[in-house]
Every structure is written in C-alpha cells, then in structure tokens.
Write a protein that binds this ligand. Structure first.
Ligand code: AQP
Length: 343
C-alpha cells in the first residue's frame, strides 16, 4: 500500500499526524486497510501521534480485564503493522489526562443539535434501550484527541470523516470565540479501502463489534480461519468476478480486499479470474491476505512475549503529555479557567 501522490506531495516533517483506534474488539482488515496499515506511511515524513483510545471504548460496556488486555494488544498491533516507536509517539489515551479535560471544554462549545446529526451515533444507538451520554459526546472527545496536538492530517477510514469535520468546525468556532488556538485538521481517507464491508452483509461496514465474528477477518486470525471465513463469505448472484458495487456489492468488496492486499489493480484481478468462478477466487484471496498478514502476526507474537510494550507506552504517554499539557494551559488561559496546579 503505497501512499497516494497527494500523500507524498504533502509530506512535511513539520506537519503532525494524529489517529486513534479503539480497543473495542479484535482489529480487522477494515481497520488495517483504512487505518493501521497506513500509519507507518507517515512516520518518515511527519511528526506522528497514534493513540489507543480506550476512553472511547468505554462509551459502550466493556469487561475491565479484557479492555486492559486489548489496549496493550492494539498498541502491539500498531508496531507489528509497521510503526517504529523511535519515530512515532504511541500512547494510551487514558494515560494522558489532557484528552478528557479538553473534551469537557469542547463539549461546552458544541451543540446538542450537531451531535445529534452524527451518523455513527445514530447507527450505534439504533434499537438500543439505553445509550450512554458518552456515546453521544464521543465525537467531541475525538475532536479533543486531534486538536490537542495541532494536528494537520488525520488518516482514518470513511466512517470517521464526519467526526473529523466536527473537529474542524469546533476548532474554527473556538478560534473565533477565544482567539486562534487550534489548527484546523484535514481527514485523509484512502480512495480504495476506506470502507471495507462485512463478509456476511455487504451493506454493512466490517466492524469489531459486529455480533457475528464471521463478518470480519481479524488481523491475527490464523490462515485456516481466514480461509474458512472467506469460503463462508456471501457472494452475489451469477458466477462472474466483476467489480460493480451496485449490482455485485459482495464480490466487489472481496475484489477490493484482494486488490489492496496483492497490489494488483481491480482489472488485473477481474482478468485473472475470468471464467473461473468464486471457489478459486476465494481460495487465492485467503492465501494473499494470509501471507500479507503473516509478518504482522509474527511480529505481534514477538512483541507481546517480550514485555517491551509497557516501556514504549509509558514513554509515549510522557511525550504526548508534554505537548498536550502546554495546549491545555493555553486553552484554560483563553477560556478564563484556573490552572494553579498545572506544571
Ligand atoms: N470497515 C472499515 N473499513 C475501513 N476502515 C475502517 N475503520 C473502521 N472500520 C473500517 C477505520 O479504522 C480506524 C479505527 O476505528 P475505531 O477503532 O476508531 O472504531 P470504528 O471506526 O467504529 O471501527 P469498528 O471496527 O467499527 O469498531 P467498533 O465496532 O468498536 O465501532 C478508524 O480510522 C476507522 O475509520
């Protein structure tokens, strides 16, 4: 996955990148293609901050022991997917108190109406008897995550575009009301792979929290499991391997995955499987994905057993706090809040 020419052109060491991933489940290939697999593309050219956003994860119920385990596992996956902790700052959101602190201030410049228009909130709240206030204000916490670091670029999947737009609106509103304080960030969404769909229902996004684990390929799935899930993946009527998201959404999704993991264009994939049917295609797809993820699985196992991750996260939190606490001092000053105990 090479950076696009727009990404290459905008490379600049003085620019900041921020992105976060919730430890709300096992990371899947949608998270990989939309986010973590792209994180390392920026580490040579930008000042990067990548966070495991556990405060976001508790907007829905979590088992505390499992949450702590997944938080470390998610950070280890960042590194296994190519991040070098000597070049980027990797940290856990709840280790840095500035995030919750700025989120409160930003909630006081956000409106109920604009948060009610967030489509992810509507999707996650649909059919639930009760939803937390945290789920409703989640996008404001995300705005705080981004704005604390004077972020220029936010690499995310398509589902997060509306949230980054809210962060832009809040930055502009705050700057207008209190004087220029925040940079206005830009989302960076891949042209292909920004929205990988469920293997079971191609109208739905692939998701960590989908109740059916067969709807997603997890980054750490062993090869046999990857092959089984692709075999079970729904396909459309007809036998042709054809990219047509309207008429053949399931096959188009599988072709996108194949193309991104193999580096082949969609046309090359179509031509390679002309007249061959779904069986051969799915079996090769499993092989391609499994092989591409092999080094990630291996590096992850090494890291988890080495115990190195704790030190990396502690150093990352300290570095993040130096920057975010200075931004918080500026915010408090501008808003008229007290900071007698700040250091
Ligand atoms: N299906 C997807 N295709 C491409 N990118 C995706 N992302 C998520 N799903 C897809 C991107 O992965 C990053 C991390 O996502 P997140 O942890 O912030 O939560 P999310 O966007 O809500 O992702 P999930 O997997 O659906 O988690 P749950 O089920 O917990 O809500 C983001 O950059 C996201 O765009």
């Amino acid at each position: 996955m090479m950076p696009s020419s727009a990404e290459m052109e905008s490379r600049d060491k003085t620019k900041r990148v921020f992105s976060g991933v919730q430890p709300s489940g096992s990371l899947h290939i949608g998270n990989y293609l939309g986010a973590i697999g792209r994180f390392s593309l920026f580490q040579e050219g930008y000042d990067c901050f990548y966070s495991v956003v556990d405060l976001h994860a508790i907007t829905v119920p979590q088992d505390p022991v499992e949450l702590r385990r997944r938080t470390v596992a998610t950070a280890a996956l960042f590194i296994a997917a190519g991040l070098d902790p000597r070049k980027t700052c990797i940290f856990v959101q709840s280790d840095n108190p500035s995030h919750a602190e700025l989120a409160w201030v930003l909630q006081c410049v956000s409106t109920f109406g604009e948060l009610g228009r967030m489509t992810q909130f509507k999707d996650k709240a649909r059919g639930k008897k009760s939803v937390t206030a945290g789920l409703f204000t989640y996008p404001v916490l995300m705005a705080a995550d981004i704005l604390l670091y004077d972020t220029d670029v936010v690499p995310v999947g398509e589902d997060q575009k509306q949230h980054v737009e809210l962060a832009r609106d809040l930055a502009e509103r705050f700057n207008k009301r209190f004087g220029v304080t925040f940079k206005v960030p830009e989302p960076l969404i891949p042209k292909q792979g920004g929205r990988i769909m469920s293997l079971i229902d191609p109208q739905k996004k692939m998701s960590k929290s989908d109740e059916d684990p067969d709807s997603r390929i997890e980054v750490l799935d062993p090869p046999e499991e990857i092959a089984r899930k692709f075999r079970k993946a729904v396909t459309d009527s007809g036998r042709e391997i054809l990219y047509d998201p309207e008429r053949k959404p399931a096959v188009s999704n599988l072709m996108t995955i194949y193309s991104l993991f193999s580096g082949k264009t969609l046309e090359e994939v179509r031509d390679a499987y002309e007249g061959k049917g779904y069986g051969a295609f799915k079996s090769d797809l499993a092989e391609v994905v499994s092989e591409k993820l092999r080094p990630v699985r291996e590096k992850y196992s090494e890291l988890i057993s080495s115990g190195e991750i704790e030190k990396i996260l502690k150093d990352g939190a300290e570095r993040a706090y130096v920057i975010s606490s200075s931004k918080m001092r500026e915010v408090k000053e501008k808003v008229g809040l007290s900071s007698r105990l700040s250091f």
